[in-house]
Ligand binder design. Sequence first.
Ligand SMILES: Nc1nc2c(c(=O)[nH]1)N[C@H]1C(S)=C(S)[C@@H](COP(=O)(O)O)O[C@H]1N2
Ligand SMILES: [Mo]
Length: 334
Amino acid sequence: MHQLKDRGFDHRTPSEITPAAVYHARREWLQRAALGLAGAGLAPWAAREAFAQGGAPGKLAALPGARSAVAGGLVMDKATPYDDVTSYNNYYEFGTDKADPARTAHTLKPRPWTVSVEGEVKRPKVYDLDELLKLSPMEERIYRLRCVEGWSMVVPWVGYSLAELIRKVEPTGNAKFVEFTTLADKAQMPGLRSSVLDWPYTEGLRLDEAMHPLALLAFGLYGQVLPNQNGAPVRVILPWKYGFKSAKSIVKIRFVEKQPVSSWERAAPQEYGFYSNVNPQVDHPRWSQASERRIGEGGGLGGLFTKRRPTLMFNGYEPQVGQLYAGMDLKKFY
Ligand SMILES: Nc1nc2c(c(=O)[nH]1)N[C@H]1C(S)=C(S)[C@@H](COP(=O)(O)O)O[C@H]1N2
Ligand SMILES: [Mo]
C-alpha cells in the first residue's frame, strides 16, 4: 500500500486529461472507421456491427451509448459476435460450465434492483437502478476482456466510468480500497448449491484503480441492456485485469481502509492474487499466460485449432494504466 501513500489520491481525473483523451479517442474511432469496423457513425453502431457479422443482438431493451471519448476506450480489434459473447460465460452462480449461464440465468431478476454504496464515504446511499442509469451519460466502450483461463473477447459495453459514481459519494481519507459484493440468492441462482466459491462473490480494487477512467460501470452491451448471463443489471469491467475482477450483478460497493479479500483469492490464494493484472510474463501456477485464444475466431472442435495470439501486458492497456503500478514488483503483487 506504499504505492497508495506515495501517489495518494491524486491520480489524474478524466476532466484533467480530456484534451488528450478526446484526441486519442477520436483517432481510435477514425482508425476503426478506416478499417471498416465502425458503422459510419450511426448509433448504436456496435449493434450494426453485430448484425453485419451475422450475430444479431437479442430482444433486450435498447441502451445506446455515445462513442467513448476516453483514451483506450475503443480498441481496434474486431468485436466478438454477440452470440459468442452471450453463450460462453463465466458466472459460477449459474454453474461452472461455460454454457451453463446462457441456459440457466433466465431465473435472475434484474429488476427491481438496488446497489448500496457504503463504508468510508461522506454520502452513503442505496441507489435504485433507475437512479444509477441516469447518474451519468452512457458511453459505448469497446474493450478486450481476457480470462485467466486463456481466452479473450472484444465486447462493445455500454456504461460510464465508475469514477462518476465514486465522486458522487465522496470517499473519506480512510478509503483506500473498494469492495464489490454481488447478488447471492439461492432462489434465483442454482449455482449457489455448489461450494466451489465462498458466496457472495466479492472482488476488490485499490481506490486509484477504481478511479481510473477505463474502469467501467457497465449496464449493457451491443447497444442493449446486459443479458443476465453477462451480469445484469450492473457490473464492472476492468479491461486491464483478468476477467474475474469484473464482478457481475453488483449489489454492494463498499469503501474500506484494508485490502479486501476476493472470493478467488480465498478459494486459491496461490493462484489468484489481489492485483490480477493481465501479465504475459507471470505464469499462472498451472499454465502460461503468454498467449490467448479469441472466442469466436474460427475453428470447429471447440476452437481447438484456433491460432493463439500473444497476450499483451495489462491486456494492451499499458499506456493508460501502467503508471498505476510503477515501481511495483509484479511477480510479488500478481
Ligand atoms: N458474480 C460473478 N461475477 C463474475 C464471475 C462469476 O462467476 N460471478 N466470473 C468472472 C470471470 S472469471 C470472468 S472471465 C468474467 C466473464 O464475463 P462474461 O461472461 O461477461 O464474458 O466475469 C467475472 N465476473
Ligand atoms: Mo475468468
